[in-house]
Design a protein around this ligand. Structure first.
Ligand SMILES: [Mg+2]
Length: 423
């Protein structure tokens, strides 16, 4: 059996944790630049506030109902996520972190008649140790465990946040209650196709033949989905030790950027952030891509976003921020078009290899001990004293382009000067 543990309204729950006065009250969290609503508590959902709805469209409703609003506080969410995942790793033999607030657990070793008690123990321990409420779905396959989790969340009173789909009867009832749109991995395009065939619930889909799924639902993917719904596991647990093969940092700017200098600052800042992640997994990148997104006036109030990108393969893989910056700056210069209105930029590190396996060529010397030490010191200082305490000058000092986060709460768990005060 497999379990999926999913944090309830994760970002909003992180906010509520440090403001207990908000318990039982509606809370929403906004996306980058305070654009859209990305997390809602049950109380906010009950008011009809839509997921991914633009903030400005919901503002009247939010003010009227005294909804607490927060900008995204990724330092806080990242740290709370780590605490939840660390807890799960202590409780289960095998954990696959699936997203910032969800993990699959392999329950192969657990006695069939102890599954409920175990799942409840995982839920209660996680909540006790981290303060973040979670729901647990348990079933023979990943897709079914997601179905279970969703139903556990929807009926928190009835299920106490834990649902086990063990018997055929339990599975049938759960699948009949699940619309095709709500199946993990189906998406809106997929569900339209299914509805055309008059397949409306997960139960309808489960009863289709594998041959039919192969023909009508994109081959192997469709067959796998039908098998998973039948409780036959096809999507295996991923190796928790596998490291990212690609590291990307992309952000919207807080305001439009026109100057090359500011664009370079932003890209250098993103490189520094990505290189830090790269060093954390002891990797070195063999290539870098960058892209710049502009939104230029065409005619009659019409703006057209367009993206330009460039790629450079490095002579040998590296994790040194300064080397990466030096290779990428000419790309920014080449892509930059004077007069363009830039709204977003991003960098992607690829061809990642373990640092120990970097191949040097005749003309390249391995990273010198001094540069390695420098990176180590920068990472330590920035970790202990705050992001960007030490940085390369190319990354700029003013950062007027940085995203808007006007309603951000304190970074309670990662910054000494933003600790929670208890009166
Ligand atoms: Mg969640």
């Amino acid at each position: 059996m497999k379990a999926i543990v999913d944090c309830n309204s994760f970002y909003a729950s992180c906010e509520r944790l440090f403001k207990p006065a908000l318990n039982g009250k509606p809370v929403v969290v906004l996306s980058n630049n305070d654009g859209c609503i990305v997390s809602r508590t049950d109380e906010a959902k009950a008011l009809g506030i839509q997921m991914a709805g633009p903030y400005y469209q919901n503002k009247a409703e939010i003010l009227k109902n005294n909804v607490a609003v927060f900008s995204s506080n990724y330092h806080l969410y990242g740290d709370m996520s780590k605490r939840v995942m660390d807890t799960l790793r202590l409780l289960a033999p095998e954990v696959e972190v699936y997203s910032v607030d969800e993990s699959f657990l392999d329950l192969s070793g657990i006695d069939a008649n102890k599954l409920y008690d175990y799942a409840m123990f995982v839920k209660q321990t996680t909540e006790l140790w981290t303060g973040i409420p979670v729901s647990v779905g348990v079933a023979p396959s990943k897709v079914l465990s997601k179905v279970a989790n969703r139903l556990a969340k929807k009926d928190k009173l009835g299920t106490k946040g834990v649902l086990i789909l063990q018997t055929p009867q339990q599975q049938m009832e759960a699948l009949q209650k699940t619309a095709v749109e709500d199946i993990w991995g189906v998406g809106s395009a997929g569900s339209k196709t299914l509805r055309m065939f008059n397949i409306n619930t997960a139960w309808d889909l489960r009863n289709m033949s594998e041959a039919w799924a192969g023909k009508n639902l994109g081959g192997v993917v469709g067959v796998r989905l039908v098998k998973e719904l039948n409780g036959i596991p096809c999507i295996e647990m991923k190796d928790p030790l596998s490291k990212k093969k690609m590291i990307a940092t992309t952000r919207m700017f807080g305001r439009a950027v026109f100057e090359l200098k500011e664009l370079k600052e932003a890209v250098a800042t993103y490189i520094a952030r990505a290189a830090e992640k790269l060093r954390r997994q002891s990797g070195a990148a063999g290539a870098v891509s960058i892209f710049l997104v502009s939104n230029n006036y065409q005619s009659q109030d019409h703006y057209a976003p367009s993206s330009r990108s460039a790629y450079v393969a490095l002579p040998s893989a590296t994790y040194l921020t300064n080397v990466l910056i030096a290779y990428v700056m000419p790309l920014v210069e080449a892509l930059y078009q004077k007069g363009s209105k830039y709204i977003k930029a991003g960098i992607i590190l690829t061809d990642i290899v373990p640092c120990a396996m970097v191949q040097y060529n005749l003309f390249e010397t391995p990273e010198s001990a001094a540069s390695q030490k420098l990176m180590h010191i920068i990472d330590n200082v920035n970790f202990g004293m705050g992001t960007d305490m030490l940085k390369f000058a190319t990354a700029g000092t003013k950062k007027n382009w940085k995203m808007r986060q006007e309603l951000r709460s304190n970074r309670f768990t990662t910054k000494w000067d933003e600790l929670c005060w208890v009166k």
